[in-house]
Write a protein that binds this ligand. Sequence first.
Ligand code: GLN
Length: 488
Amino acid sequence: MTQDLHTQTLTQLAAGLQRGEFSSVELVEALLGRIESFDQGLNAFVTVTADAALAAAGRADAARAAGNAGVLNGLPIVHKDIFCTKGITTTCGSRMLEHFVSPYDATVVERLAAAGAIVLGKTNMDEFAMGSSSETSYFGPVRNPWDRERSPGGSSGGSAAAVAGRLVPAATGTDTGGSIRQPAALTGTVGLKPTYGRVSRYGMVAFASSLDQAGVITRSTEDAALMLGVMAGFDERDSTSIDHPVPDYVAGLAGSLKGLRIGIVRQHFDAGLEEKCAAAVRESLAVLEAQGAILTEVDLPNLDLSVPTYYVVAPAECSSNLSRFDGVRFGHRAKDPQDLFDLYCRSRGEGFGAEVKRRIMTGTYVLSAGYYDAYYLKAQQVRQLIAEDFKKAFADVDIIAGPTSPTPAFRLGDKTDDPITMYLNDIYTIGANLAGLPGISTPCGFVDGLPVGLHLVGPHFGEETVLRCAHQYQQQTDWHQACPEGYQ
Ligand code: GLN
């Protein structure tokens, strides 16, 4: 009976545990076995915490027997290796933090643990979450279970590959410009990026603080809703955390789409979007329409400015955030420095990879005297325009729908030599980060055997609406249940 546990969603597993069909120890053993068999081919994990997970599962079984089970009691999850975990390394996919062990847990880690979730390990990612392919990791590229010659997307590619390959039912991720939604689209999983401020950033290694947001990758909207309910809520340790009531997201999934006004962005279907992807997305919109949603066209006139704006704002914030890695207080320290300057230069030179260095240099440049007004300040102004475009659109519609990514999963190595092509992967997702809006990607079809995602964006604190819309779509389709060959 425990043979097929890896095929079940978090929600199904929760019910099985509740009915006593299997124990958390059995469940954790089964999934650790999956990781053992499949992770060599995927490289989704940086760290597997087998012993700690088994011990925690034993405690979860005891807690259940004593009548003390939290909502996620005994359920296995994994964390992107950007969330600080007490006693376990948090590498951020970087040589800089290869041996870094945080003295505390991130709020997200703490809340999920308090609800009873069991952490099986930490997942691989683009270095410091900078990337769209999970190839910039110091620990090597992550592979996509749908085709191991292809990227699972990024930067939360390890989380996405682990969920898609049925190594774990749910994973945390972070999304600064698309890093939850794009890998979800490329691996046929569900990726939810909440409103900025909805989930605490405390203990999440900072990349671009005004854009970073924690969220989840799962195989169903029910699971995403379940996880978000535990993770969301005010945290006084994060100064941008918002004190806003947390609804029952699972209960909010019910309800028809009748009358839901869905905005379709004309610019989303311009050149750049692969024709077969466009066709899959159009079909999914027809499914929503058949469920009673009303489709209307909306305009986001400044959409084409979102990628350039992001690539000023994000590097600027990254150059500031990453200045703390100096070989003294945190991170890799170069051997035998001649003086302090040599220590700084070589520690950073050795600790950071090429993409991170590119961002630090760009960011330092746009913040420098003489260029600040021309680049950084201008980017902030354009960011405001983009946010206003969304605001105007949401005066007429409840949700905006479109593609998550312009192409399905691309081959490893295909875009590594051309940063601009890589950056354009996030053309559809970055706007939501610049405006702080919630977004979800849900599987909506296949192109040449590779999954494609439907992207739904809501107004601030519209998580319930995007979740409900994606959930009702999943009730009519089974794309989200498709499993990559060899991972059944
Ligand atoms: N691909 C984008 C970047 O490289 C977004 C990354 C992210 O969301 N963390 O910055």
